[in-house]
Design a binder for this molecule. Structure first.
Ligand code: NAD
Ligand code: ZN
Ligand code: ZN
Length: 386
């Protein structure tokens, strides 16, 4: 269950109470609801009761810690959802998704997850540590506000979809299969287009989401169809295999064809093993987790998957999984948006700006598979963009 509650103004302190002079406080302009929040909403992802959700945050800087040197009050900024120190080996190697210092339990910190205890940003105000390192400043406020619905996607789903494509080796002329037409899959489709992919095919069981993707100019396949995926791909492409595969579904995946009514956590990865050409690559931004109390059996509760690995191995696949290192891509994608190179982005994402008191309803609608991306505007700041 989610609800909107009154909470204290955020403190410039880490989850263990240590004061952070490298932090800032933001007035939140936009904070989006994500499929990752949905895993928590459905009770599939361990999350402390009463904690605050939200990791897709865009805001205006209103308070500075004494060690913040370059970010200024009044800056409009995008917050990468990964909490990263900028000082550890992984951060230095541009792996801000696996920062070694921001979560004592595992090398991976994020806001509004069970990942280091950093407070979620679906709120009016939000604290960001390591602000000089972390924040992406929009160069011009007026130009940024004119494109704020697109720029609000830089905190997560656009870099995440782009990362999935990069890890899948998408480049000019590539053919691509994307599992999932949720916001991440749709962002991956737009990213593949930006990278110059030729045939971009998106699969999903949800007809409304498929229709949105089709209208926006991409190919779609119905994963509930009894026609096997390679046959459906052949009907579109003339070949049974694609160059690149991206899993934008994760562990709550449903099966393909006759298994469509049932959860089959390994369905998308196994589908990619079957449809990506030998020597091809796969990006797996879809989340896989352990500790899912509603998993179908003990093995899956422990995060174990039944992969067609023996069949896949001989085809020399490469596969990258994990959180997206947002900072690796967010500046370039911001520039692409600001200079009009992604004018097709909103058509496929279908963002809807809502007020904070509509958030509970938006969670319900997203859970039911609405073909939208909900952006909460807690102060009514987005004006015309809404
Ligand atoms: N790695 C990261 O950094 C990162 C960042 C953001 C989100 N995520 C994860 O990415 C995944 C997608 O996020 P989202 O916001 O789009 O979520 P979402 O729940 O809106 O979308 C998932 C989609 O997958 C579809 N689906 C189910 N089974 C399928 C199958 N077998 N084949 C194809 N589609 C199938 C669903 O109908 C749904 O439309 C989630 O697991 C989310 O947690 C990861
Ligand atoms: Zn997200
Ligand atoms: Zn780090």
């Amino acid at each position: 269950m989610v609800e909107v509650q009154s909470r204290d103004y955020p403190k410039m302190a880490d989850p263990r109470g240590r004061k952070l002079e490298h932090a800032v406080i933001l007035k939140v302009l936009a904070t989006n609801i994500c499929g990752s929040d949905m895993h928590i909403y459905r009770g599939r992802f361990p999350f402390p009761k009463g904690d605050q959700l939200g990791h897709e945050i865009t805001g205006e800087v209103i308070e500075l810690g004494s060690d913040v040197e370059y970010i200024k009050k009044g800056d409009l900024v995008s917050v990468p959802f990964n909490v990263a120190c900028g000082r550890c080996r992984n951060c230095r190697e541009r792996h801000t998704d696996v920062c070694m210092n921001t979560n004592p339990a595992v090398a991976c910190g994020a806001y509004g997850f069970n990942l280091g205890g950093w407070q979620g940003g679906q709120a009016e105000y939000h604290m960001v540590p390591y602000a000089d390192f972390q924040l992406l400043k929009f160069p011009d406020k007026d130009r940024a506000m004119a494109k704020i619905k697109e720029l609000a996607l830089l905190s997560d789903i656009l870099p995440t979809g782009y990362h999935g494509c990069m890890e899948a080796g998408v480049k000019t002329g590539s053919t691509v299969y994307i599992g999932g037409a949720g916001p991440v899959g749709r962002a991956a489709a737009a990213a593949a287009r930006l990278l110059g992919a030729s045939c971009i095919i998106v699969g999903d069981p949800n007809p409304a989401r498929r229709a949105l993707v089709k209208r926006a100019g991409y190919e779609v396949v119905d994963t509930t169809s009894h026609t096997p995926l390679p046959d459906q791909v052949e009907a579109i492409l003339g070949e049974r295999e694609v160059d690149c595969g991206v899993d934008c579904v994760g562990f709550e995946a449903h099966g393909y064809g006759k298994m469509a009514g049932e959860e089959e956590p390994e369905a998308v990865i196994n589908a990619l093993f079957g449809v990506v050409r030998a020597g091809g690559a796969m990006g797996v931004p879809g989340i896989y987790a352990e500790g899912d109390p509603h998993a179908k059996d003990e093995e899956h509760k422990r995060g174990k998957l039944s992969l067609d690995f023996g069949k896949a191995w001989i085809r020399s696949p490469s596969m990258t999984a994990g959180q997206a290192p947002v900072m690796r891509y967010n500046r370039d994608l911001m520039m692409a948006i600001l200079w009009g190179r992604m004018e097709y982005l909103s058509e496929v994402i279908n963002p809807e700006v809502i007020k904070l008191d509509q958030a509970v309803e938006a969670y319900q609608l997203f859970d039911r598979g609405e073909p939208k991306k909900y952006i909460i505007d807690p102060h009514g700041s987005l004006g015309k963009a809404a």
